[in-house]
Ligand binder design. Structure first.
Ligand code: ADP
Ligand code: MG
Length: 468
C-alpha cells in the first residue's frame, strides 16, 4: 500500500491510527477505528470523516497533536488534515451513540486534566501553589513545614497547626500542600474542607438520620476517615460546637493513629480556645504549631512585585512601593488595593503613577472612615454606658469594673472600624496587639454565651447610632 494519503486516504488513515495506537487508551483507539474513515478533500487535505460531532470535536481538540505528529512521522512532512462529520447520518443514531461512546473519550485525559480533576474532587483550587507563595520573615516557619509535609505526608510533622489573622495566607498555604501532594503523589486521597463546611456536612448527615439512600453519619465518617491527608481550614468554626467537636475529635484520632497527615489552620493559637476543648487542643499541640505574622514593608512590596512580574502588569516599582506603604493590614487587602490601582488606570488608558495611586487609595481610606463611626466615638459610648472614665480604660488597672468595658471597646472598635489590632493597642494606652486580639475574642465568645454581654454590646451600638 502506498503511504501517501493523496493516493489512498483510507489506508493512510488506518496506518496513522496504528501509529498512534499506543498513545491512546484501547477504548479510544477502538472507537476511533470503528467510528472514523478518511477520504481526500477537494483542497488536497486528508479529510477525516467522523460519525458525529462528538468524535469530530475530540479529534480536533484532544488528538489533533498526536495525529499531526504521527502523520509527520509517516510521511516525513507535515500532513494537512481536517475532521468533518459524515453526511447522511441518522441523527437518532447519533444521539444514542453520544451517550454510549461518551465515556470512552473521557477516559483519555491528559495528565494535566487528571490533576485538575483530582484537585476538584479534593476541593482544592489549583491557583494556590507552593511556588507562588512568597516566603518572608513573617511566614518562613509555616512555609518550611508546609513544604516538608508536602514531601513526606504523615511522616515528619503531625498534626500541623497553622494560625494567623485574616488574609495572611493560611488558605493559600494549606491548599498548596494538598495541590503539591496530588501533583507528586497522585494516588493520595487528599480532602480539603473548612471548619464551617465540616460542621454543615455533619449537621446534614445527622438530620438525614437513617433514611435510606441519603447521606448519613456513617457516610460522613467513612469519607473523612478514608483520607490520607486531611486539610481543615479555619477550625475555629468547629470549636465550641459540641457535636461537631466530638465528631472531629474521633476523625482526628482515627487518622492520627493510622499516621495519616492532618493539617489544620485557625485564626488563633490552640491555647486560646476555651477549656471545653482542652482534650482537643492538647492534640493540636502534640504536633507542630506555626504562626504567620503580618508582613513587613519589604515583604508586602515583594509580594506585589512578584505578582506584577508574573502577570506582566504595567505598573512601576515606585507605585508598588506606595501601595505597600499604604496597606499594612493583610495581603488580601494589599492585593485588593493593587487591583484597584491597576483597574482604575486601565479604565483610563493610562499607566498608574504614584500620584494617581495615592489619590485613589487616600480617597478610599477616607470613604471608609466617613461611613463608619470613629474610634473615639466608640470609646466614649462604651465609657458612658458603663459609667467609667476614658483614662481608666486606657490605664493599667485590671479591676472587673474596667476589664469588661475595656474588652467591649476593643471588640466594637475592631468590629465597627476594622482598625488593625496594633493600632487599637496604641489607641488604648499602648497595649500589645495580642492583648487586643485576646480581648476581641473574649467578647466574641461572651456574646454567644452570655445574654447580658450580648445585650450590653447591642445597647452601646444603639447609642452610637442614635448619637452619630
Ligand atoms: P487567610 O486564609 O489567612 O485569610 P489567604 O490564604 O486567603 O488568607 O490569603 C489572602 C490572599 O493573599 C490570597 O490571594 C493569597 O494568595 C495571598 N497571599 C497570602 N500570603 C501570600 C504569600 N506569602 N505569597 C503570595 N500570596 C500570598
Ligand atoms: Mg482562609
Amino acid at each position: 500500500m502506498s503511504l501517501n494519503y493523496e493516493e489512498n486516504p483510507r489506508d493512510f488513515w488506518k496506518a496513522l491510527l496504528g501509529e498512534v495506537e499506543l498513545k491512546l487508551s484501547p477504548m479510544v483507539y477502538k472507537s476511533l477505528v470503528s467510528r472514523t474513515t478518511a477520504e481526500l478533500g477537494n483542497d488536497g487535505t486528508l479529510k477525516v470523516l467522523c460519525e458525529d460531532d462528538f468524535v469530530k470535536n475530540n479529534i480536533e481538540k484532544r488528538y489533533n497533536k498526536i495525529i499531526e505528529e504521527a502523520g509527520h512521522k509517516l510521511l516525513s512532512r507535515k500532513i494537512l488534515f481536517k475532521a468533518e462529520v459524515m453526511k447522511n447520518n441518522d441523527p437518532q443514531k447519533q444521539a444514542s451513540q453520544n451517550t454510549s461512546f461518551g465515556p470512552l473519550f473521557v477516559q483519555a485525559r491528559s495528565p494535566e486534566e487528571n490533576l485538575l480533576e483530582k484537585q476538584r474532587k479534593a476541593n482544592l483550587s489549583p491557583k494556590f501553589t507552593l511556588e507562588n507563595f512568597i516566603m518572608g520573615k513573617n511566614n518562613n516557619l509555616a512555609y518550611a513545614i508546609a513544604t516538608a509535609v508536602a514531601q513526606k505526608p504523615g511522616e515528619l510533622y503531625n498534626p500541623v497547626f497553622i494560625y494567623s489573622g485574616v488574609g495572611l495566607g493560611k488558605t493559600h498555604l494549606i491548599q498548596a500542600i494538598g495541590n503539591e501532594i496530588l501533583k507528586t503523589k497522585p494516588g493520595t486521597n487528599v480532602i480539603y474542607t473548612t471548619g464551617e463546611a465540616f460542621t454543615n456536612e455533619l449537621i446534614e448527615a445527622i438530620k438525614n438520620g437513617q433514611s435510606k439512600g441519603k447521606y448519613s453519619t456513617n457516610d460522613f465518617r467513612n469519607k473523612f476517615r478514608k483520607a490520607d491527608v486531611l486539610l481543615i481550614d479555619d477550625i475555629q468554626f468547629v470549636i465550641g460546637k459540641e457535636a461537631t467537636q466530638e465528631e472531629f475529635f474521633h476523625t482526628f484520632n482515627s487518622l492520627y493513629m493510622a499516621q495519616k497527615q492532618i493539617v489544620i489552620t485557625s485564626d488563633r493559637p490552640p491555647k486560646d480556645f476555651n477549656s471545653i476543648a482542652e482534650r482537643i487542643t492538647s492534640r493540636f499541640s502534640s504536633g507542630i504549631i506555626a504562626d504567620i505574622q503580618v508582613p513587613d514593608m519589604e515583604m508586602r512590596a515583594a509580594i506585589l512585585r512578584t505578582r506584577r512580574d508574573r502577570a506582566g502588569d504595567d505598573i512601576e516599582n515606585d507605585v508598588i512601593d506606595l501601595i505597600a506603604e499604604s496597606v499594612t493590614t493583610n495581603i488580601r487587602e494589599l492585593e485588593g488595593a493593587y487591583m484597584q490601582v491597576l483597574t482604575a488606570s486601565m479604565a483610563g488608558g493610562v499607566t498608574p503613577t504614584k500620584e494617581s495611586a495615592a489619590k485613589l487609595l487616600g480617597q478610599n481610606i477616607k470613604d471608609r472612615r466617613n461611613k463608619n463611626v470613629g474610634v473615639n466615638d466608640i470609646l466614649k459610648a462604651v465609657c458612658t454606658y458603663y459609667a467609667v472614665k476614658i483614662p481608666d480604660i486606657k490605664g493599667k488597672k485590671r479591676t472587673k469594673e474596667l476589664v469588661i468595658p475595656r474588652q467591649v471597646a476593643m471588640f466594637l472598635i475592631k468590629e465597627m472600624t476594622g482598625t488593625p489590632y496594633m493600632t487599637i493597642g496604641d489607641f488604648l494606652g499602648g497595649r500589645d496587639h495580642t492583648t487586643i486580639m485576646h480581648g476581641v475574642r473574649t467578647i466574641e465568645e461572651e456574646v454567644q454565651k452570655s445574654e447580658k454581654i450580648k445585650q450590653d454590646v447591642a445597647n452601646v451600638k444603639t447609642a452610637l447610632k442614635e448619637n452619630g
